[in-house]
Write a protein of this length. Structure first.
Length: 397
């Protein structure tokens, strides 16, 4: 692996920043300590800093030479409402809040790149270092865009990177086109008429109707969408009733839908409405469907994904890069940036979990798990990749 020596030299400094952020996790739009730490570090390295984009977002700007090209590198900073099971020294000091998705590490890798780029300025053009709030459900990327991110900081292309448990350390993945799914959620309220449990004929049982609807919805996936179009529908909540001898008035189903294409989401939503409303009607009940699209699919620009894969292959060897990796049905709000700028999202292998220090909790090293920890081995690897990407991208004519 071709790592940059200088970055390897100051890895310990960035690692201690990463662990400090891990110990002080903050939820979406509450990243005050984190973003102010990021801003102060960038300033201490001589980088021009802009605060307050999308609330707690920070942009660092580095310019060098007369080059007109520009690039955006994005890291997310927020943590999750998870009670950390780890007991090692840098475990969360905020009960019920945890960096269980590794955004502490994403922030650290970009800081590592920033420090090196500011020190040596090995590029000609403009680098925008984008530290965003609220990736976990809060659409912080869109908030920064709404605050003029790309008008104020021109980016010919924008890149994001997520640690990926299961890929070995030193392995990377990206792909042309859809990489992560859209995130959509629904709630279906079935209203019947309550009755004594022993006299169902005197009412309209919303529980029975909700179960018919739940069964019917899976038919959208298996019978209505084209088999080669990816989509998943999960009913994850069912709420009804308080007493076992009372038929309630209402039953509520909730869940999520993931797809790679808006047209497939349209199909799922419209079929869901018909199945819910007409099934309810058939039984003398009514159904009200709320369907919310919270994140669009993350769709890489094919040329930028290939460009990033080429830079990676030089760095870690082609055998360690999946240029057409398997997409995931998880979702990611970097999708908003890719809707308005060409670019690519990249997975960086976080290993199998054996990096976790003694005292880590039971369980796998999967994202959003209470025993997760970002792998500090990735700091020089990810930072080197960001630097090489900047150098190559801005050198294009
Ligand atoms: Zn996450
Ligand atoms: Zn994440």
């Amino acid at each position: 692996m071709n790592l940059i020596d200088r970055i390897v030299q100051f890895r310990a400094e960035i690692q201690s920043i990463r662990r400090d952020i891990h110990a002080h996790p903050e939820l979406a739009y509450g990243e005050h300590r984190t973003s102010s730490k990021v801003a102060k570090l960038l300033e201490s390295w001589g980088i021009e800093v802009h605060r307050g984009l999308g609330g707690t977002g920070v942009v660092g700007v580095l310019r060098n030479g007369g080059g007109r090209r520009s690039i955006g590198l994005r890291a997310d900073m927020d943590a999750l409402p998870v009670l950390e099971a780890n007991r090692f020294a840098h475990a969360s000091k905020h009960d019920g809040v945890m960096h269980a998705c590794g955004h502490d590490g994403h922030t650290a890798m970009l800081l590592g790149a920033a420090k090196y780029l500011a020190e040596l300025k090995p590029f000609d053009g403009t680098v925008n270092l984008i530290f965003q709030p609220a990736e976990e459900g809060g659409a912080g990327a869109q908030k920064m865009i709404d605050d003029g991110l790309f008008e104020r900081f021109a980016c010919d292309a924008v890149f994001g990177m997520h640690n990926w448990p299961g890929y070995a350390v030193g392995q990377f993945g990206t792909r042309p086109g859809p990489m992560m799914a859209s995130g959509n959620r629904f709630e279906i309220t079935v209203t019947g008429r309550g009755a004594h449990a022993a006299m169902p004929h005197q009412g309209v049982d919303p529980v029975y109707v909700a179960i018919q609807i739940a069964q019917g919805l899976q038919g959208i996936i298996s019978r209505n969408k084209k088999p080669i179009d990816a989509a998943v529908l999960s009913i994850t909540t069912i709420h009804a009733g308080d007493a076992i001898n009372v038929i309630p008035d209402t039953a509520v189903l909730g869940g999520g839908v993931r797809t790679f294409e808006a047209a497939v989401t349209d199909l799922v939503e419209s079929r869901m409405r018909r199945i819910a409303e007409l099934t309810a009607e058939a039984h003398g009940a009514t159904a009200k469907v709320k369907f919310e699209r919270y994140y669009p699919a993350t769709v890489n620009d094919p040329a930028q994904a290939a460009f990033a894969a080429g830079v990676l292959a030089e760095m870690v060897g082609p055998e360690n890069v999946y240029p057409d990796c398997e997409p995931t049905m998880g979702s990611e709000d970097f999708s908003y940036m890719l809707r308005v700028r060409p670019g690519a999202y990249i997975f960086i292998g976080n290993g199998d979990g054996s990096h976790r220090l003694t005292g880590h909790g039971q369980g796998p090293c999967m994202l959003h798990n209470a025993s997760f920890d970002f792998n500090d081995e990735l700091i020089p690897i990810g930072a080197t990749f960001w630097v090489r990407l900047v150098e190559r991208f801005l050198a294009q004519r």
